[in-house]
Design a protein around this ligand. Structure first.
Ligand code: AMP
Length: 279
């Protein structure tokens, strides 16, 4: 595996691959890798001739009071894991390399960013779209891999790619969980021992909510009670939306999503399910 830190070098590598007619898969990450990231990487490995994993803690997607400075960073560990999972390139630029000048043009996520995390993290999805635009262009990827764990991000990126004709396919990866059901996340390391024991209740609340929805009930009040009884966290939101539109009446698929703020970690999780038939 080759580590590349500059845009020039990345472009040279991409040009060579394109010249050889190789397909390129991209897995964007902020590092602190876990099995969720690695499952996307393994999928990309199977479906492409060459695979780039990017590792960049993107300041543009963090609010001023968020955890950019203390976000877990361990380059050597990430390097080992990415190499073992089959990446050809680990693209790990500095902030100055990615954003050498102040951008004069902003990208704004649309209506899909006006719910869920878009409300509590204003500007977050604009920052995500900024970095993925650059990564899509720089890597000339044929496919880019994103986890359903971040369902709103996935929905917004899919819409962005469709609206603006980016010449690549977005591939969805299922949420990878710990044995007790907690969705893997780089931020789980912030949890205290007690919070870590409470955290699997997010998934349990989602399961409860899905069952209630299927019985024709509003899942939100009971899920709220459940989380308040079983965790010490503060609910940021519990929302049910049509997926991937995230607004308007629920049609084929729904996303039930939850965000809970614990002492040092804000955890999110969701389930996406067909509204009719088994699933
Ligand atoms: P991050 O490093 O948190 O920005 O995540 C990079 C990519 O990994 C995003 O597409 C996430 O949706 C995905 N991801 C994060 N956690 C998981 C998980 N538990 N299962 C599957 N994909 C995940």
């Amino acid at each position: 595996m080759k580590t590349i830190t500059t845009i020039d070098e990345l472009k040279k590598w991409v040009r060579k691959k394109k010249h050889a007619n190789a397909s390129i898969g991209l897995v964007p990450t902020m590092g602190a890798l876990h099995d969720g990231h690695l499952s996307l990487l393994k999928k990309a490995r199977k479906e492409n001739d060459a695979v780039v994993m990017s590792l960049f803690v993107n300041p543009a997607q963090f609010g001023p009071d968020e955890d950019f400075d203390r976000y877990p960073r361990d380059f050597d560990r990430d390097h080992g894991l990415a190499e073992a999972a089959g990446a050809d390139v680990l693209f790990a630029p500095t902030t100055e390399e990615m954003y050498p000048t102040q951008s004069r043009i902003a990208i704004h996520a649309g209506e899909q960013a006006q719910v869920m995390c878009g409300v509590s993290r204003p500007g977050h999805f604009d920052g995500v779209l900024k970095v993925v635009t650059k990564l899509f262009h720089l890597t000339e990827a044929d496919r880019a891999y994103f986890g359903q764990k971040d369902a709103q991000q996935l929905a917004i990126i899919e819409a962005f790619v469709r609206d603006y004709d980016f010449p690549l396919t977005i591939v969805r990866g299922e949420t990878v969980r710990e044995e007790d059901g907690l969705a893997k996340s780089s931020r789980n390391v912030y949890l205290t021992e007690t919070e870590r024991m409470e955290a699997p209740h997010l998934q349990k609340a989602l399961q409860l909510g899905t069952a209630l929805y299927r019985e024709g009930k509003d899942p939100i009040p009971e899920m709220t009670d459940y989380i308040q009884h079983h965790t010490s966290g503060k609910i940021d939101y519990i929302e049910l939306h049509s997926f991937p539109d995230l607004h308007g009446p629920i049609t084929n698929e729904a996303a039930l999503a939850i965000a809970v703020q614990f002492g040092g970690a804000r955890l999110i999780d969701n389930t996406i399910f067909k509204t009719k038939g088994p699933n």
